[in-house]
Design a protein around this ligand. Structure first.
Ligand code: MG
Ligand code: MG
Ligand code: MG
Length: 309
């Protein structure tokens, strides 16, 4: 009898780490003789990730939008239920492999849980290959390298750890490519925002967060020109305001991150923008503030905003 499939997936609005970590985990499980896990995804593939898939001539994992009660699942690159799939509360979570804070998460049964404060889920997976003595092939190396480049912005983000640096150096050797050049092209592919509507832009990489019932969102887009994105401020604000209304949010922070100069401009709307002003000791002007040196939602935006919510 064929064993039921186990779904493995990253967070909603998937980024490169979420997609690559699911694909790599599926491959790692097979090497461990466990062939029932299948990579899935919880949303549209973004342009940066599409660049990686095209480079490797790989298909994206199948998209799913809910799971049935009792469905066996493995989570990568997230744990918070509000960032996961519809029905996750009643799914059977077999494992989590993640590099984020642990919040809004609970299970009724024991599970495997690997949490490391690294810059990327794929760095954790890289170390798993090493620990288990599995060889990493070129395709796996490029998948993991792409995720590390994406999450750490080519090792420039303050989320970068020695583990990420070591992993990327070794993966570069296996991949046999100039990782700076590949990485910059990959990141740039993700900054092509032209054909997205404002509604799509504010949801492209949005994280739903919850502080004691206060719902807020921190969304982020990468760009090579903050100014270009700000030309659309008025329409972005309309899109943000409809998200606030639709989801009953207290706050929506939209971070426009300059990946070349490592700065962000934020647009903040909602009735708790005071949390943002306190967090960064800034006064919003025209609903905006410039945050020099800020590129990481996880380390530089979320903790301080969350504290002040
Ligand atoms: Mg992610
Ligand atoms: Mg990640
Ligand atoms: Mg990210």
């Amino acid at each position: 009898m064929k064993k039921e499939e186990v779904f493995i997936f990253g967070h909603k609005n998937p980024d490169t780490d979420s997609i690559c970590a699911s694909l790599v985990s599926e491959r790692l499980d097979k090497k461990n003789g466990w062939d029932c896990t299948v990579a899935k995804r919880l949303g549209k593939v973004n342009k940066e990730t599409q660049y990686v898939l095209d480079y490797l001539h790989l298909e994206a994992p199948e998209m799913i939008d809910k799971v049935e009660e009792g469905q066996e699942v493995c989570l990568v690159d997230h744990n918070e239920f509000n960032q996961s799939i519809e029905g996750i509360e009643k799914a059977k979570i077999l494992s989590v492999t993640d590099h984020h804070r642990i919040a809004n998460f609970e299970t009724s049964e024991p599970l495997y849980y690997t949490a490391k404060p690294y810059g990327c889920t794929c760095t954790i997976l890289f170390e798993e290959y090493k620990r288990l003595g599995h060889e990493i092939n070129k395709e796996e190396a490029i998948l993991m390298a792409s995720a590390i480049i994406s999450d750490t912005l080519l090792l420039k983000s303050p989320t970068t750890t020695e583990h990420d640096k070591k992993a990327l150096a070794e993966l570069e050797k296996i991949a046999g490519m100039d990782i700076q050049e590949y990485g910059l092209n990959m990141l740039k592919a993700g900054t092509d925002l032209g054909d997205f509507s404002e509604a799509e832009l504010v949801n492209l990489d949005a994280k739903n967060l919850d502080k004691d019932g206060n719902k807020f969102v921190i969304a982020q887009v990468n760009t090579v020109s903050i100014e270009d994105v700000l030309k659309r401020q008025k329409d972005l604000e309309s899109a943000i305001n409809s998200e606030i209304e639709k989801k009953g949010l207290q706050l929506f922070v939209f971070a426009i991150t300059d990946i070349l100069n490592s700065n962000s401009e934020i647009i903040a709307l909602g009735n708790r923008t005071d949390a943002v002003e306190k967090a960064f000791d800034v006064k919003l002007e025209n609903n905006r503030a410039f945050l020099p040196g800020v590129v990481s939602r996880k380390k530089q935006l979320l903790p301080d905003i969350d504290k002040n919510m």
